[in-house]
Ligand binder design. Sequence first.
Ligand SMILES: [Zn+2]
Length: 295
Amino acid sequence: MIFVDGVGLAAATVDNPLAELPTPGIHRILGGPLTLEQCRQTDTLLLSAIDATLGIEGLPQSATGQAALFTGINAAKVMGRHVTGLPGPRIRGLVESQNLFQMAAENGFRSTFANAYNQAYLDALATGIRQPSVTTCALLSAGLAFRDFKDLGRNQAVSWDIVRDRFSEQVGQELAPIEAAEAGRHLAAVANRHCLTVYETFITDLAGHGRLGFTAEETVARVDGLVDGVAQGLGPSTTVLMTSDHGNFEESHHRRHTRNPVPLLVVGPLARCFADIESILEITPRILASLGAPG
Ligand SMILES: [Zn+2]
């Protein structure tokens, strides 16, 4: 599962960087860009537009959207609103009560989070200086190990920025940048060894908000390269699923989230299992069911 923060599925207009900028990797999979017009379903390929508004007014936000995505619980409904940023105690409580990693572990599925963590961040989490993200909270509650800088150096993890340049600056240690497709092949290699592998990147949401200097061009190139590398490296029995928590990046004329649907892109033998999904709420239960967990 590749989670890309802040990517909606919209029509191919001049406002949509996913339509306007080159995406050769996505084109190799879909025969076109990651836009509404490409929605389709075959035995091994699915692109559908799924709801991320969770039935709540206002713009969908990260804390409630990611909690919904990784728990199957409608966190926005529980909170009565969309909650921005990192999850507070109440949403963390929901995530700790059930989440994708924890339920996968309960069913005996070997799972991992492929992102490389920065040791300073882990130290800040341990002392309570930093608050965990939804995925970090899920990983902690499932008792799974964090991949770190050393794993990244051994190509057994992927950094949040995909090509390692910003991650390297962040950790203050020299790490040679890599091609996005190479990062994708590293991710595929991890995925081929696990029942369930999750990777997340939020460069798309940062670019949509105009934060940290990520341009639409470099963001599209990184995500497209990652997807291309994953597709190249996946074994025949592995399925890749890519989705998001809310729209943002797909509308370039403003810097806010959107109420657009988000893409559900599934490539591989389990694609059919996801064909009737209508909302981000259904992703976690369906992944578990597709792996063979009793419903
Ligand atoms: Zn955002």
